[in-house]
Write a protein that binds this ligand. Structure first.
Ligand SMILES: C[S@@+](CC[C@H](N)C(=O)[O-])C[C@H]1O[C@@H](n2cnc3c(N)ncnc32)[C@H](O)[C@@H]1O
Length: 246
């Protein structure tokens, strides 16, 4: 058991919940995919539900801010499609697109600042591109989601160079690592509209340090243009930077 951090705080209740749900999985787990997905509120854990509600609240709070939505690190597309579906519900005739940046290779770009041994996690969250395309097709979202496949450190500067007016209102950062988070902040600092949000999944994370280190370095230089906000009631996302000065 980890000591003195957030893992310890939730350890006991998580353990009981995970054991109990394993039992139910054995009892009911052989159902067809959509028989589980359609009544999803029955099956989803409360902390996972809280994550989705928080993201929905944050995204909805930026609907009047000009610019597109982006997610950096989409894996199988859970959060990506969630955000695209929210836009369909609350801004169906608006011009906002959801930009997805991912290599689909999992975690690969490690530095010393990540504070984690690559041997343990190299390739984690990889190999999900085909599945993502299938679900984008199912929901007919090809014209709402733009995929930039490749390393963010390479794709983002190119996209920004080729699209000099491209601006964002909501940027979800979930690559877990230092070098991509640094590239996102340096690249999008001037492209995030006033009132727009950078949202971080792993700031202050007990195992993945890199995202937080990149954010804190960025704030040393640009902190006066942002308001830092805690996200209540969820473990992740755990930091919002609201742009207060353009
Ligand atoms: C934690 S997963 C993202 C989870 C996702 N947001 C969700 O809703 O389930 C991290 C993702 O970041 C991607 N990633 C990590 N570093 C990257 C980099 N330097 N360039 C592009 N993608 C990267 C990985 O391929 C992986 O899909």
């Amino acid at each position: 058991m980890d000591k003195g951090n957030i893992v310890t705080k939730f350890y006991a209740t998580d353990k009981i919940y995970l054991e109990d749900r394993k039992k139910l999985s054995k009892k009911y787990g052989k159902r067809e995919l959509w028989q589980v997905i359609d009544p999803w509120a029955l099956y989803v854990g409360i902390s996972n539900l809280a994550i989705k509600l928080s993201i929905a609240d944050l995204l909805r709070s930026t609907l009047d801010v000009p610019g597109h939505v982006a997610e950096f690190g989409s894996w199988r597309g859970d959060n990506l499609l969630f955000m695209a579906k929210i836009l369909r519900i609350y801004d169906p005739y608006g011009s906002k697109l959801v930009h997805c940046f991912d290599s689909f290779q999992g975690l690969t770009e490690f530095t010393k600042k990540d504070g984690i041994s690559p041997n343990k996690v190299k390739g984690l969250y990889g190999g999900s591109y085909e599945e993502l395309l299938d679900f984008i097709s199912l929901y007919k979202m090809k014209s709402e989601i733009v995929i930039h496949k490749g390393l963010i450190e390479k794709t983002l500067p190119k996209v920004l160079e080729e699209n000099k007016a491209l601006s964002f209102s909501f940027v979800y950062c979930d690559t877990d690592l230092y070098s991509s988070t640094k590239a996102i902040l340096e690249g999008l600092h001037d492209r995030l509209s006033k009132g727009g949000l950078f949202v971080f999944d792993e700031w202050n994370h007990e195992h993945f340090h890199g995202e937080g280190v990149a954010v804190n370095e960025f704030l040393k230089e640009h902190g006066h243009k942002y308001k830092m906000r805690h996200v209540r009631n969820v473990r992740q996302p755990n930091l919002v930077l609201e742009k207060i000065e353009f």
